[in-house]
Design a protein around this ligand. Structure first.
Ligand SMILES: Cc1cc2nc3c(=O)[nH]c(=O)nc-3n(C[C@H](O)[C@H](O)[C@H](O)COP(=O)(O)OP(=O)(O)OC[C@H]3O[C@@H](n4cnc5c(N)ncnc54)[C@H](O)[C@@H]3O)c2cc1C
Length: 386
């Protein structure tokens, strides 16, 4: 069997590896649009801050892929699938029997005047971080979500002056309620990260390269580096051009098959049961399930509640499930100890949790949310025991 995996991010690289291991006779090809070897995208912040070298992020060295018999083709974006052939951007035609699309997401870039100036980058890829590492700042990070805060912290660790511009009154509002978000902003301010909130980016000024970020309230912040961390969108262009069914992501069933029987979709580009994932653990699970499907096993992938933690040193923040202000909630706040916990309940069951300062009970709360079990005493629950 000729198996073609398109996209050499974490999901694609894992799937290619598992296919090569499970189907020793198969010819497995892994095509990536990026020039780099498959690397740990989740750890980009460590390289950005200077905690490790870029080479340390490589997860699949060439020699290991060769040993498994995987033909790796970097800098080879696939434009479309035509019948049993994949057409590359250079016009080559790669034949396949089964294809797995793992094209991930692309970072959204705000379409403001000056957005195309040198010095304006996204925070998504090896090349983005290489560009960020070349800058001496000052830096403006647009977006105070998980990625924006991680970028701001890493840039501050490099000694750059950093301001985070965020449209709401507290950061990470998708994962944190106002209480935890306010504590987090205060903690980061002590690490010399400034916040402009609530505020939006109106334009980027500069002659030849970015020099200022102009905010919607008219403020002008000096900015030699502007990092857009405003969200991601599933990368579905290849699927669209190939006539596959696409909604927000590439539609796939529980065994990761798309509308075309011999083509699967996994990771952030896929939409399964109405959901596109944005985390690495489920992307890797889908990669395992897709390899099993192609090896002839009936293995279904089922979504679990999302959980997220902030990777900023000295700051423990975790959340899972629904952050549902309209739901009943229980809060535990130890202002002296700088810990905060808020749990969201509906119909006597835990549906979401925010932990700040002390995240040791995260596994317990995730289990309560995933199992949907009935909650007895709220006091016991908030202490992490029921
Ligand atoms: C800085 C950063 C930190 C993160 N931290 C966390 C974290 O702490 N925890 C967590 O769970 N998740 C985190 N994430 C998200 C995590 O990285 C993603 O969930 C994961 O990378 C998804 O893997 P993927 O393989 O589906 O997609 P991607 O990693 O996006 O890989 C897709 C690959 O396909 C390539 N591609 C696209 N189109 C084509 C084409 N037409 N032809 C060939 N190749 C193509 C892309 O260039 C890319 O290399 C982080 C992301 C970033 C950017």
């Amino acid at each position: 069997m000729r198996a073609l995996v398109i996209g050499a991010g974490p999901a694609g690289a894992r799937c290619a590896t598992r296919l090569a291991e499970r189907l020793p006779g198969a010819a497995v090809t892994l095509c990536g649009a990026e020039a780099a070897l498959p690397y740990d995208r989740v750890a980009l912040g460590r390289w950005l801050s200077g905690a490790c070298a870029g080479a340390d992020l490589v997860t699949h060295p060439l020699a290991a892929m060769r040993t498994l018999g995987i033909a790796f083709r970097p800098a080879t974006p696939i434009l479309a699938l035509e019948g049993q052939e994949a057409v590359t951007a250079r016009g080559e035609r790669l034949p396949f029997d089964r294809a797995v699309i793992a094209t991930g997401s692309r970072a959204i870039r705000l379409d403001v005047p000056g957005a195309g100036l040198p010095g304006v980058v996204a925070y998504r890829s090896f090349a983005d971080v290489a560009a960020m590492r070349r800058s001496e700042g000052p830096a403006v990070v647009v977006g105070g979500g998980l990625l924006g805060l991680e970028a701001a912290d890493a840039l501050a660790a490099r000694g750059l002056e950093v301001t985070v511009v965020h449209p709401l009154g507290w950061p990470m509002e998708r994962q944190l309620d106002e209480g935890a978000g306010t504590l987090l902003a205060r903690r980061l301010q002590r690490r010399r990260i400034r916040f402009a909130m609530p505020a939006g980016l109106a334009a980027i000024e500069g002659e030849g390269r970015a020099t200022h970020a102009v905010l919607s309230d008219g403020r002008r912040l000096p900015a030699r580096l502007v990092v857009m961390a405003v969200g991601i969108r599933p990368e579905v262009e290849l699927a669209r051009r190939s006539g596959l069914a696409v909604n927000r992501g590439i539609l796939a069933d529980a065994s990761l098959r798309t509308s075309r029987e011999d083509v699967l979709a996994i990771g952030e580009c896929a939409e399964v049961e109405g959901r596109c994932i944005g985390l690495v653990a489920p992307a890797l699970e889908q990669a395992e399930a897709a390899a099993a499907t192609l090896a002839g096993e009936a293995r279904a992938w089922a979504p679990r509640p999302d959980s997220a933690s902030l990777k900023v040193s000295g700051t423990a923040v975790w959340s899972a499930g629904e952050i549902a202000p309209e739901a009943e909630s229980v809060t535990l706040h130890d202002a002296g100890g700088d810990t905060y916990r808020r749990l969201f309940l509906r119909d006597g069951r835990l549906v979401g949790a925010v932990l700040y300062g002390d995240t040791a009970a995260s596994g317990f709360f995730l289990d309560c949310i995933a199992s949907g079990r009935a909650i007895g005493s709220r006091a016991d629950l908030v202490l992490g025991a029921t």
